[in-house]
Design a binder for this molecule. Sequence first.
Ligand SMILES: [Cu+2]
Length: 156
Amino acid sequence: MRRGTTIYLYELAWILPSIAIPVGMLVALVVTAFGAGVHVPSDAGRIDSTRVAETFPTGVYELAPGQYEVRLLGQIWTFAPNEIRVPRGSTVHFWATSKDVVHGLFIPHANVNVMLLPGQLAHVTARFDTPGVYPIICHEYCGIAHHVMAGKMVVE
Ligand SMILES: [Cu+2]
């Protein structure tokens, strides 16, 4: 084999993957977005991210016995409401969003783990059978005081 041909094969060995990998990623993106229906964390809805304070009232609302709705707002560097109290055995429907930057909503041992994106509503439902105090943690780095951004969920 001539030296020139060998160099061409090495070039080809680099060129082909450098084309195949981006094409493969693009195909995966299109297939998951349109074929598999993959979308932002929760397709629960959108609100105007510049008017969250006026359009997204926060709080804990009893829908029915044992059924609660929590409308929770992440903002630098706290949650509103910062403390949630529900009786044991409650099913809690969380509706949450962010007022400013990307935050996280993570409640360990409760299957609550979503990103809070400005203007994007996240919806997650969890049942709390075990009494105790559950931390509400921001698990997306959101600035200099991210490490103190926490609330608590008290199951009585
Ligand atoms: Cu954070």
